[in-house]
Write a protein that binds this ligand. Structure first.
Ligand code: HEC
Length: 116
């Protein structure tokens, strides 16, 4: 790191970028969280369609046996359990941690936990 810093030191623009990058990320983060409220529940079925129907079916009926039927998943799993299953996968299901944002996973879990 000291070497990189010395290399970059004469290049004012590069240093400025280094300073601005975290600020830009913070700004983007801010946008993301405000977008979350507008995307919200209306978008969650869409996220499900793009990522989950191949195994869980268009009507949550499941395409790989009873364990993939999610029509009443909120009865047997809490929101936290559902969130964990989406993030970590397991039992034949891929992990979505990193593939979907935390906000999307959170919303999917809320949406599914209401299916009773
Ligand atoms: C490649 C197929 C596949 C995909 C894609 C997939 N799942 Fe799954 N999912 C499974 C399987 C198989 C199980 C059963 C796991 C078990 O029996 O432990 C499961 C289980 C679950 C469970 C727990 C159900 C229960 O009663 O134990 C939830 C909740 C769930 N999936 C949600 C999702 C969501 C949300 C997505 C999309 C983001 C998704 N899954 C994508 C295959 C998949």
């Amino acid at each position: 790191m000291p070497i990189a810093a010395t290399l970059l030191a004469p290049r004012g623009a590069a240093r400025l970028l280094l300073v601005l990058a975290p600020a830009a990320l913070l700004l983007l983060g801010g946008c993301g969280s405000s977008a979350k409220t507008t995307i919200g529940s209306a978008d969650t079925p869409q996220v499900f369609k793009s990522n989950c129907v191949s195994c869980h079916g268009t009507d949550l009926q499941g395409r790989m046996g009873a364990s993939t039927n999610l029509t009443k998943v909120g009865k047997r799993m809490t929101k936290d359990q559902i969130e964990k299953q989406i993030k970590q996968g397991g039992g034949g299901m891929p992990a979505f941690n990193g593939r979907l944002s935390d906000a999307q996973i959170d919303e999917l879990a809320s949406w599914l936990s209401a299916k009773k």
